[in-house]
Design a protein around this ligand. Structure first.
Ligand code: IVH
Length: 707
C-alpha cells in the first residue's frame, strides 16, 4: 500500500512538521501523515515515530482544524472514536463513559491547565488548587463492576462508551478481589477504573520463554498486557502474571441508587478507600500536591525515576482532588477538564544510520559504533551508539543508510532497537566487519581474530599503540589503581606528547614538565604527583587487576594476591597452581600464566618497581583467617555503607575471627548483612531476598561481644 519512497516521504514530512509546525496550507498533508502513522501503529504494529511525536503532530492537526473547521474531512484521525473493540467479546455499556485524557508536556502546559481549572471553578488565579498526581500506567484499561460486594463484570475500555466484557479473564488476576467489602461503606454498586500491567521483569521472562518456544516476541509490556486481557483463553491471561492498579472510583451508589461519591469529598479518599478494601492502588508513587508548583516538582521527580519503577509508565496524571471542583470543571466529549496527563519525554525515536566507526578496547576488542543522524531522546541529543559486536549487527540486519529505531531509557546507554527493512530504497549497504585492525594506522596490517566462545573480534598483536592507550586509561581508573584526578583526558594528552607509552611510564612522569604545560600549573602538577605517589603504595590486588589481563577481574586478582608475597612470584606459577584456588577457572589461569611468561611484561613490572611502585603483598592483601568457631561460624557476611566505629577491613577481620566468611555480593548465599550509614542498593536487595539477617553496626559488635 505504501512504497518505501512514500513511507520515507511521510517520515521526512513528520520530521519537518515536528521542527516547523504545519500551517493551514499543509493541513491535508499533515492529515495524510497522521493517517499513515495510524496504519503503522494500529494495523501493522510497527510504529515509525514515538508516541510523543505522534501526539505533537496530532495536536497540530487539532489546532489547524479548530481554526479551519471547513477543512475537516470525515477520514481525519481527529474524527475517529478511539476503540479497541474487536467483536470477539460481548459488548457492554460502561456505567459512565471511560474518557481519554488531555496531554501536557512541560511546565507551561501544566500552568495553563491550572489556570483553566481555576477559571472553570470561578476561583481567583492566585489561589492554590490541590491536585492528586499519580503514574500514567502504560497497560490495558479495565472497568470493574461490583454489585453487593461481588465482582459481576469486567470490561476493556472499548470505544469509551461500550467495552468488551472479559470477566473470566479478569477473574484470573490475583490483584482483583472477587469480593470486596463495599457494603461496609454503604455502597451497593460500584464501577472502578484501572490499568492491567505486566511487571518489566515478568515481561522479560515471558519473552524469553516465548523465544524458547519459537513464538513471536511481544514488542513491549503494554502489548503483552492488552493481549493478555483479550485472549479467549483465561489460562493464558493467568500465565502472563497481569496486575491491576486501580486509579479511579468512577461510580458508587447506595441502596437508594444515590451516589455516595460526594460523601467521599476527594479523589484520593476514594482511592485510599479502595486500597482499604483490598485493591492494588498507587501508594508512594502518588502524591497529594498543594498547588501546581508541587505538581511540577513531583512529575519531574518521577520522570527521572521512571526506569527504576517496576512497571512501565509513560507519564503522570494530574487530577483535581476535590470532587466538587471536579464537577464544576466537567468534561469535553474526549476528556475530563479536571485531569491532564503529563507525558514524559520520548525514550524512542527514529533516525538514520549514516556510518560505522570502530573503537579498540584495552585487550584489543574491536567495538563497532554507529553514527546516526542526531536525535533528541529523553533530554539528550544522541548521535553515536555502540553496536557491541558483529553478531549484534547481523542479528538485527542493520545496514548503512537504514532507518533505525533508537531507544534511551533513563541512565541506560542508548541502543538500536531495530531497523526498518520495509523502508529500504535499494542504496543501503550491508555492514561488512573489517578483517584487519581498523584502528591501526601503520603500514603493517594486523588480522583480527575471534576466540572460541567470544563475541568480539580482537586485534591480537597491536602495533600502533592504541591498546596501550586503553590499558593506561584503565590502569589509572577508579576500579584499578584509582589515581585520583588523573583521568582519561590526561592519559590521552601525555600519550600524544609521547611522555607515556605503557603503564610504567606513568610512574616516571616529569612533574616540572607537566607544570609547564598549557592549562596546568605548579599546583595541578603537585596534585598529580600526590595521587601517583599514593597509588604506588596500593595493595597488589589492585595492581594485578590494573594490568588488563584478559578475564582477570577484581575478585580473582584478590584471590591471587592473597597467595603471593611478591607479584613477580607469579613468573614461577604453573597453570595448575592457579587452579588450586577455588573460584579461579582455566581461562583466567591460562591468561595470567601467559601474561607472566612474556618478558616484556616482566620488564615493565621491574621498571615500575624501580620507580617506587609496590609489588609486595600488603596487609590488605593478606587473607582473613576464618575462625573455626565463634558466633558466626558457618555463616557468610557482607558489610555495606559507611561504618562509624571501625574501618571495613577491621570489621571483616572481626567477622572472620567470629567464624564468618566475608563475601562481596548479595545473593541467596548471603546470611548476614551489616549496614552502616548510607547503605544503598545492597540493603534493598537483601531486604527483597527476605532470607538475609540484617544487622546494624552496634548489633554486629554486640553479637561478637565487642560492645
Ligand atoms: S484517569 C476520566 N488515571 O490513560 C479519567 N487514567 O488517556 C480518565 N491511565 O486509557 C482516566 N493511568 O486507562 C487515569 N492514573 C491514571 C491512569 C490512566 C493510566 C490510562 C487510562 C486511559 C488513558 C487515558
Amino acid at each position: 500500500m505504501y512504497t518505501p519512497e512514500s513511507q520515507q516521504q511521510y517520515i521526512d514530512l513528520s520530521k519537518k512538521f515536528l521542527s516547523l509546525p504545519a500551517d493551514v496550507k499543509d493541513l491535508g498533508l499533515l492529515r495524510d501523515v497522521l493517517i499513515f502513522h495510524e496504519r503503522k501503529y494500529y494495523i501493522e504494529d510497527n510504529p515509525l515515530i514515538s508516541d510523543f511525536e505522534y501526539d505533537q503532530l496530532y495536536k497540530q492537526l487539532v489546532a489547524l482544524e479548530e481554526a479551519h473547521p471547513d477543512q475537516i474531512t470525515p477520514d481525519s484521525p481527529t474524527q475517529r472514536v478511539s476503540t479497541d473493540l474487536s467483536g470477539d467479546f460481548p459488548p457492554v455499556q460502561h456505567t459512565v463513559p471511560m474518557l481519554s485524557l488531555d496531554n501536557s508536556y512541560n511546565e507551561d502546559d501544566l500552568n495553563d491547565f491550572d489556570a483553566a481549572v481555576k477559571k472553570l471553578c470561578g476561583l481567583p488565579s492566585d489561589m492554590d488548587i490541590e491536585y492528586c498526581v499519580e503514574p500514567k500506567f502504560d497497560g490495558g484499561s479495565i472497568a470493574l463492576v461490583y454489585e453487593n460486594d461481588v465482582l459481576v463484570r469486567a470490561a476493556t475500555r472499548g470505544n469509551g462508551v461500550m467495552g468488551e466484557e472479559m470477566t473470566p479473564n479478569a477473574k484470573t488476576l490475583p490483584s482483583i478481589p472477587l469480593k470486596a467489602g463495599f457494603s461496609s461503606k454503604g455502597i451497593i454498586k460500584a464501577e472502578l477504573r484501572g490499568e492491567a500491567l505486566i511487571r518489566k521483569d515478568n515481561f522479560d521472562r515471558i519473552n524469553k520463554e516465548r523465544e524458547k518456544d519459537g513464538l513471536t516476541l511481544f514488542a513491549n509490556p503494554r502489548n503483552a498486557a492488552t493481549g493478555g486481557l483479550r485472549t479467549k483463553d483465561a489460562n493464558e491471561t493467568r500465565k502472563r502474571g497481569l496486575e491491576a492498579f486501580i486509579y479511579q472510583l468512577a461510580y458508587a451508589v447506595d441502596n437508594n441508587n444515590t451516589s455516595v461519591l460526594p460523601k467521599l469529598h476527594s479523589h484520593i479518599a476514594g482511592i485510599d478507600m479502595l486500597g482499604e478494601l483490598g485493591f492494588k492502588i498507587p501508594k508512594d508513587e502518588k502524591s497529594l500536591c498543594r498547588n501546581i508548583a508541587e505538581v511540577h516538582h513531583f512529575v519531574k521527580y518521577w520522570e527521572n525515576k521512571r526506569d527504576t519503577y517496576p512497571y512501565e509508565i509513560d507519564g503522570m496524571v494530574v487530577k483535581v482532588n476535590d470532587l466538587v471542583l471536579q464537577e464544576k470543571c466537567g468534561f469535553t466529549t474526549h476528556h475530563p477538564r479536571w485531569a491532564i496527563a503529563f507525558k514524559f519525554k520520548a525514550k524512542q525515536a527514529t533516525s538514520k544510520l549514516i556510518g560505522v566507526e570502530y573503537q579498540v578496547g584495552k585487550i584489543g576488542s574491536i567495538t563497532p559504533v554507529a553514527k546516526i543522524e542526531p536525535v533528541y531522546l529523553a533530554g539528550v541529543t544522541v548521535s553515536s551508539i555502540s553496536l557491541h559486536n558483529e553478531e549484534f549487527i547481523t542479528s538485527k540486519d542493520l545496514r548503512l543508510r537504514d532507518t533505525v529505531l533508537v531507544e534511551r531509557a533513563g541512565d541506560v546507554i542508548p541502543y538500536i532497537v531495530k531497523s526498518f527493512p520495509e523502508l529500504r530504497k535499494g542504496d543501503e549497504e550491508v555492514i561488512k566487519f573489517p578483517e584487519f585492525c581498523p584502528i591501526n594506522d601503520t603500514e603493517q596490517q594486523v588480522k583480527l581474530i575471534k576466540e572460541e566462545g567470544e563475541a568480539a573480534w580482537r586485534c591480537p598483536d597491536c602495533v600502533c599503540g592504541a591498546q596501550n592507550l586503553q590499558k593506561m586509561i584503565f590502569h589509572v581508573s577508579k576500579d584499578a589503581m584509582d589515581i585520583d584526578g588523573f583521568g582519561k583526558s590526561y592519559v590521552e594528552r601525555f600519550y600524544d606528547l609521547c611522555w607515556i607509552k605503557d603503564i610504567s611510564d606513568i610512574y616516571r612522569l616529569d612533574y616540572e614538565q607537566i607544570s609547564g604545560l598549557e592549562g596546568f600549573g605548579k599546583r595541578s602538577a603537585e596534585n598529580i604527583k600526590k595521587a601517583i605517589d599514593k597509588a604506588k603504595n596500593n595493595p597488589i590486588q589492585r595492581l594485578l587487576h590494573s594490568l588488563s589481563i584478559h578475564h582477570l577481574g577484581k575478585k580473582a586478582s584478590k584471590l591471587i594476591a592473597e597467595q603471593i608475597s611478591h607479584v613477580l612470584d607469579l613468573c614461577e606459577w604453573p597453570v595448575e597452581r592457579y587452579l588450586e584456588i577455588k573460584d579461579i577457572g582455566p581461562v583466567v589461569a591460562e591468561n595470567v600464566k601467559a601474561w607472566f611468561s612474556d618478558p616484556a611484561n616482566i620488564d615493565m613490572l621491574r621498571n615500575m618497581e624501580s620507580y617506587g611502585v609496590n609489588l609486595s603483598q600488603t596487609e590488605e592483601d593478606k587473607p582473613l583467617h576464618v575462625s573455626e568457631d565463634g558466633v558466626f561460624y558457618g555463616k557468610t557476611i557482607l558489610f555495606t555503607g559507611t561504618l562509624q566505629t571501625m574501618g571495613r577491613k577491621e570489621a571483616e577481620e572481626m567477622a572472620a575471627k567470629a567464624g564468618a566468611r566475608n563475601i562481596s555480593a548479595i545473593s541467596s548465599n548471603l546470611n548476614i548483612l551489616v549496614v552502616g550509614e548510607k547503605a544503598g542498593s545492597k540493603l534493598k536487595k537483601a531486604q527483597d531476598l527476605g532470607t538475609v539477617e540484617i544487622l546494624t553496626e552496634e548489633e554486629f559488635l554486640e553479637k561478637i561481644g565487642k560492645e
